[in-house]
Structure formats: C-alpha cells, structure tokens
Design a protein around this ligand. Structure first.
Ligand code: BG6
Length: 480
C-alpha cells in the first residue's frame, strides 16, 4: 500500500525492548535481583505483588520465572542486532538493567562486568550504524531498594539513582545520543510497584506515599537531565509516558467532566512537571482534597524548573473510555490501565486490548498541542498468538495491519503539524510479557522459539512482518 504522507528525512525507525524482558542471564556477570526477577510467570503475576505476604524473593519451588532466561539476549545479542540491521533499523530502544551496574542499588562502586556488557552491545549496534535509545529505568528497580528503603518513597533512592546515572553517562557518553529517564513514569499513579518500587496496602497512606515518591522521581529525572547537558551537550534526553487518551463514554456532561478531571488530566501530570518544569494547577486542589503534603527540599523546585526534558516519548497501545457509573461487566482490558469497553472499537482476540489507530493521531495532537516539544513513539504493537506453519513461515498479517494503521495515523498527525522524531514498535523481537509473563503473547517481527512452559530452542525466525517492516523503513514510510 502506498502512503501519501511523507516522513521526514532522518526519521528514527527502529524497535523497542527492555533489559528484563529480553536479556535473561539474571544472575550472571554479578547482576543483582530486580523487581522483574522476582515476578513469577502467569497471568496473575502483578496481583501477586500486591499480596501482603509477598516477600520479593525467588522461590523456585512455588513459581516459575520466565524473565530469568527470557530470550537470552544476554548471550545472543549479536545475532539479534544483525537481524535488526537487516530490517534497516536506525535506532534500537533498550534499557540498562540498573542491577547489572549496581547489584543492590546502594553500593558505592559499580560492577565492571555489567558496564562491559553494555559496551559490547553499543559497539555491536554502532557496527551497523544503529543508534541506541536507552531507557535508564524500565520497571527494573533493585529489589534491595524495594525491601530496605521502600522504593522511591525514600529520598535516599534519589542519591543512589544519581550515582547510577553519573556512572552510565560518564561511561557511555561517546556511545549513546538518545536517553529516556523512567519508562511509563505515570503508570505509578495506577500501579506503583513496577515504577515507584512499593506496593500500596493501606488506603490511608496511598496518596501521600505515591506523590512523595513522584516528587523524588522528578528530582531524580531533573538531575539526570542536568548531568546529561553537562556531559553530553549533543545528546537528547526525554521523559517517557504511558499514553492512552481518555474519551468520555457519551456526551453526558457528567461523564465528560469525569473523563477529563479524573483521568485525562492525570495523563498530563508527569509531563507537566517534566516538560513545563512545574506542578500543574489542577493538582493543587487534588493535594488539598487528599491531604497530601509533599516534603520538598530547598532547591528542588528550581532544579525541576531549570532541567526540563528535550522531548516526550510515549507508549501507545490503545485509548481509554470512561464514565462515572461503571459496572464490572463493562470493564475493558489492559495491562495497567483500563476503562470501560468502547462500542466503536474492536479488541485483540485473546488479551482484549482495544485497537484504535485514530487514538494515536489524537494523542499526538493532544501532547504536541499542550507542550510543543518533539514526540517519539517508543512503544506500540499488537500482542498476539503466532502459528509457525509447516514450511516454517509465520504469516502475521494481523500484526502488519495493526502497525500499518498506526503508522498511517502518525503520518496524519505530522500533517497536522506534530513534530515526530521516530517510531520504535514494541517487542521488535518476541519477549516476555510484562503483565502476564507469557511468551505466547508475541509482539515481535522476529519469532523466538520459546514457549510459556520454558521449552524451545530459542531459534530466531523472520515473520512476514519482518519483511514488510524492512520495506517500510527502506521507503521511509512510503510503502505500507
Ligand atoms: C508497556 C511496558 O506497558 O507495555 C512494556 O512498557 C510492556 O514493558 C508493554 O511489555 C506491553 O505490555 P504486556 O503486558 O503485554 O507485556
């Protein structure tokens, strides 16, 4: 299909992953345990984290741990990067596992083996002219910081994070030009354990803890931006949000206000601070209503004001529909967020995620309209079951359709005036699902022979979407 919308020269086409979902080698090279390493496999894995008795230890008698081996990128990165190069990737989004560099998070000296691993990965990418886009923290907090410090509730974690950032910036300043601070930073508003490093068990403490932890992350993020500017004046550093534009279920003014006030404005909470450099006006009333009193140290607000990000990166999988009175039966599906089902949208077959490419165009316009800084879609994709045919081929036309329609929506948004830096579809190679730990929920353009029960040869195969995406990149988005 020919796409009438032209993508600009230098558009950053690529793919996205996170260390904990691809690397494996969970205890190799002196790596310490992070949250993902203690996440058991299975659809209930995120719920388990919230159980009061959950101890954040590995218990192999009781559970399986799909992230421990994942797809073994730790040993197979050369083969994988060669495949990315074959598709023509300009960039590759990956994360650094904090616990490869600081196994417990609170050491004074970094772990050389971990640093050397990422040197090898970056060098391999550069061999093919692929620029790494590096997430500093992608749901990979050291377990020690969760257990001993209560995650981001503790101000001390800011100091540990600064040390980690200073080490990786000094080490990789000649090798990495694109950085992201915290993956889906706003997800902690809905599910704090993965991003903020603590599980809420007491309703009374929920609001105060969450926003204090956010304040610490904002200070940490601004410190990273400041350091990045000092050490790498030519690099770009962005924030990263989970963006699902919120629609009112209908035109009932009560539902419209509810969708805006209780949901859509919170889509902007983190970006307002990280891009505009200030807490937004709407949050002041919320802080009063819930009796939230932030502990703010001298200099914090100035630091936040002076060190705003260069760009906004976002994950976009679906939109969200909200109404005041919703019943259990009406609820939609998602990994962290869900509203009510939208009668105008179809959903993915097994996992029920609604498919809404138009919502991506809406999202990009909303974000660009509010902030006027470049945007970067660093996650988007369809989790689906793939079948390997008897001739070895994998005909994932459903995935091609999904990606094609979202790329078209990006083209339209650029025509609308949005400045878009690039596109890195999620799980460009099959990986472990964050919310369910499944391998069968596949996002990849590259198939990995690894099954939910841990069996499989780990062999990589090119899916039909691999060849399709190669043409998309080669034609700079003209051939879809
Ligand atoms: C995003 C996360 O929320 O969605 C990824 O940043 C995650 O880590 C992706 O894998 C897809 O979600 P899931 O639950 O299908 O893996």
């Amino acid at each position: 299909m020919h796409n009438p919308k032209k993508f600009p020269e230098g558009f950053l086409w690529g793919g996205a992953t996170a260390a904990n979902q691809v690397e494996g080698g969970f205890n190799e090279g002196n790596k310490g345990l992070n949250i993902a390493d203690v996440l058991p496999g299975g659809k209930e894995r995120l719920k388990l984290l919230l159980e009061p008795g959950f101890d954040f230890e590995v218990n192999k008698e009781k559970y399986t741990y799909p992230n421990h081996e994942a797809i073994d990128f730790y040993h197979r990165y050369k083969e994988d990067i060669a495949l990315f190069a074959e598709m023509g990737f300009k960039v590759f989004r990956m994360s650094i596992a904090w616990t490869r560099i600081f196994p417990n998070g609170d050491e004074l000296e970094p772990n050389e083996e971990g640093l050397a691993f990422y040197d090898r990965v970056f060098d391999e990418l550069h061999k093919y002219g692929i620029e790494p886009v590096v997430t500093i923290s992608h749901y990979e907090m050291p377990v020690n910081l969760v257990k001993e410090y209560g995650g981001w509730r503790s101000r001390q974690v800011v100091t540990f994070f600064e040390r980690y950032v200073s080490v990786i910036f000094n080490r990789y300043k000649g090798k990495v030009k694109y950085w992201l601070t915290f993956n889906e930073i706003n997800s902690g508003l809905h599910f704090p354990i993965m991003g903020l490093g603590f599980a809420i068990q007491k309703e009374s403490d929920k609001y105060q803890s969450t926003f204090q932890a956010y304040h610490h992350q904002f200070v940490a993020s601004s410190t990273a931006v400041k350091l990045c500017r000092e050490l790498m004046p030519d690099a770009k550093i962005g924030c990263m949000i989970l963006y699902a534009p919120v629609y009112a279920y209908d035109s009932n003014p009560e539902n419209v206000l509810y969708a805006l006030q209780e949901h859509q404005l919170f889509n902007y909470f983190c970006t307002d601070v990280q891009v505009r450099g200030e807490y937004p006006a709407f949050i002041k009333r919320y802080f009063n209503d819930y009796d939230i009193q932030l502990e703010i140290q001298e200099g914090d607000l100035e630091l936040i004001k002076e060190n705003t990000v260069d760009y906004i990166s976002l994950s976009y999988y679906m939109s969200r529909t909200e109404k005041v009175d919703k019943t259990e039966e009406e609820k939609g599906q998602g990994n962290i967020l869900s509203g009510v089902r939208n009668p105008f949208l179809e959903a993915s077959e097994e996992w029920g995620w609604e498919i809404d490419p138009t919502g991506l165009r809406t999202s990009l316009n909303q974000l660009y309209g509010r902030y006027q800084v470049p945007l970067f879609v660093v996650e988007n994709g369809l989790g689906a079951r793939d079948e390997v045919a008897s001739d070895g081929s994998i005909k994932d036309d459903y995935r091609i359709d999904y990606l094609r329609n979202h790329i078209k929506a990006m083209g339209e948004a650029m025509e609308d005036g949005v400045e878009l830096m690039g596109y890195t579809p999620w799980g460009c190679i099959d990986l472990v699902s964050m919310s369910t730990g499944e391998m069968s929920k596949r996002y990849g353009l590259i198939y990995v022979d690894k099954q939910d029960d841990g069996s499989g040869t780990l062999e990589r195969k090119r899916k039909k979407s691999f060849f399709w995406y190669k043409d998309v990149i080669a034609s700079n988005g003209e051939v879809l």
